[in-house]
Ligand binder design. Sequence first.
Ligand code: ADP
Ligand code: MG
Length: 707
Amino acid sequence: MNRYCIKILELSSLNIKFLPGVGEKKAAVLLTELGIESYEDMLYHFPYKYIDRSKIYRISELNGQLPYIQIKAKIRNLQTVGVGNRQRMTATAYDESGTLQLVWFKGFKYLANQLETDREYLIFGQPSLFNQQLNIVHPEIDNFEKASSLLVGFQAVYPTTEKMKKAFLNSKTISKFQSAIFKSLKIKIPETLPSWFIQQYKLMYLHEALYNIHFPESPEMLRQAIFRLKFEELFYIQLNILKLKYKRKSAFKGHLFSTIGDYFNTFYKQYIPFDLTNAQKRVIREIRQDCGSGKQMNRLLQGDVGSGKTLVAVMCMLMALDNCYQTCLMAPTEILATQHYETISGMLKELGITVALLTGSTRKKEREEIHQGLQDGTLQILIGTHALLEDIVTFKNIGLVIIDEQHRFGVAQRAKLWQKNTIPPHVLVMTATPIPRTLAMTLYGDLDVSVIDELPPGRKPVTTLHTYDTKRLQVFQFIEKELQKGRQVYVVYPLISESEKFDYRDLEAGFEQINNYFLPKGYKSGMVHGKLKPAEKEAEMRRFVNAETKILVATTVIEVGVNVPNASIMVIESSERFGLSQLHQLRGRVGRGAEQSYCILMTSFKISSDSRKRIETMTSTNDGFEIAEADLKLRGPGDIEGTQQSGLTCSLRIANLGKDALILNEASRAAGEILGKDPDLQNEENQVFTTQIKRLFKTRITWRYIS
Ligand code: ADP
Ligand code: MG
């Protein structure tokens, strides 16, 4: 094979090590660091930014806020300073408008012999401010005349890692590889979209788009290239997920809840503990419509912490009961399941409904009775933990499954619930993790989504404060005042696996400090963390729920769902280390009673600007959706809870769900239009789509039926 003449089909199968200049060693690094294995992978390794190298700045125009820039300057005062590890080379660059300091910390010995004073250089780098003095650390510096070939407008900058740099793989090298691939191509890169589609949406062709993303011919061409690639990426995700939805809706029959009967009506008229909020009413109507349609429901119910999802769940359960179906509610922990059981059996006790609790610690005899009741249909509602999933748990006729706090359950577990009846039951997944719309469309595009966007009346919003570690004594005094009023307090420590040892030390030191201060005053504290056995954890939690302990020192294990209305303060230690959605979840543990509640975010003095933004977001809003949007913008979707298991948003190469909502909407509409006319993508003109979907989504189809 002549490796310089590539036929196009080989792009995805041709190993990158064959590209001139790459070789075995670099190929290995590319694979481990970036997952690049083939020519195609390399072409789809996109720059993360571009530098305008056509513009030359004057030194007087510079400040510490600019991206990479270049100047034309001479240098003087070239010298090596410091000793040993701290040795560095410095120089002063100057043009007619001012001066600037250049600094090199390593690799300067060779450079020192090359540089000459009073010669014009093209100096390239990112200016920053250090001790009131503008400098550039590790600038690229080239002889100006020789470097004029660099002055070619937009230049791509690629993400690199430390390991890559060690293997001499920097942004420039990557750029050379891209260029080498294009040179080796004999024909144009084939289209991944049909031509009618490209024309209809006025897209750039793939070959031009890929070329321009790496070597922009003009800002406008770059804009079009980016648009084409983002649009395509989002379009295929939508086409794939909406296809599943169309299919599910036509393929699966659902149990028909045709009537609203006595249980529902009696409860609604006589026993409902409060008036439903409008949002609760709307959501119940949506669910009612689904379950009355003859199709199987798969619905995600989003509602911020405290928005009243449990009551919605109860009303839906009554709907199932009225139509002679059984129903179950699954919660992620024993304590949550128990809480649900107590609340729900309390609400329903006048209606003569049979409710049981099944958890890991349910006694054998009781367990057997439950199994019996489920099989002969005398047991109507089952509430529990993972124990519900065991094969031995079989129902006479289950019609509705409700899953609380969805992200703690894996896909496989949800699948098990489907199999508990010949016709799969309706599934309602409830989550308190608000998901921005773009993310929901991408992750749960095949699910219907209902949102409770209103809190019950009379809640006092939690007051959120930011303070520094140095003020801990004041925080303790504040806590003491609340304890005197009879309230309880959470103190949460971060626990991040890489620094686990230190984190446990912090946690234990914190616990000791709290005990030293509060125990003599008669307030007991408890501590829970992931190293405790589940039973120990449950016991410790229970002591707090029963108010035997007043302060609960914990890692984030308390995050999900626990309801202790008497707890009115949430102190979050090292809060700069938490993500936004986690902070919001934690804050949701307080503010559940009628009292004014507080969330106190402790940080050290020096925190990163991203951390500062997170803290500012927390102190400025209580709105979970606003926070989720901010989180998406700050972190990108890869880290947001519940998204990892999909493997989908992490694989976005170019689109950004935080920023590309408009493109996503357009792409989604385009996908819907096509499926509306050709749900199975059978038509000749749509064959390219089918091929491409197969290629892109080989591995991750089945679970989407389930969630
Ligand atoms: P979450 O959505 O976080 O699961 P819950 O269902 O636990 O919220 O409800 C939080 C609290 O709000 C509970 O104490 C519940 O009794 C109360 N609640 C729910 N709906 C209403 C309502 N319509 N009016 C007043 N209080 C309500
Ligand atoms: Mg809940």
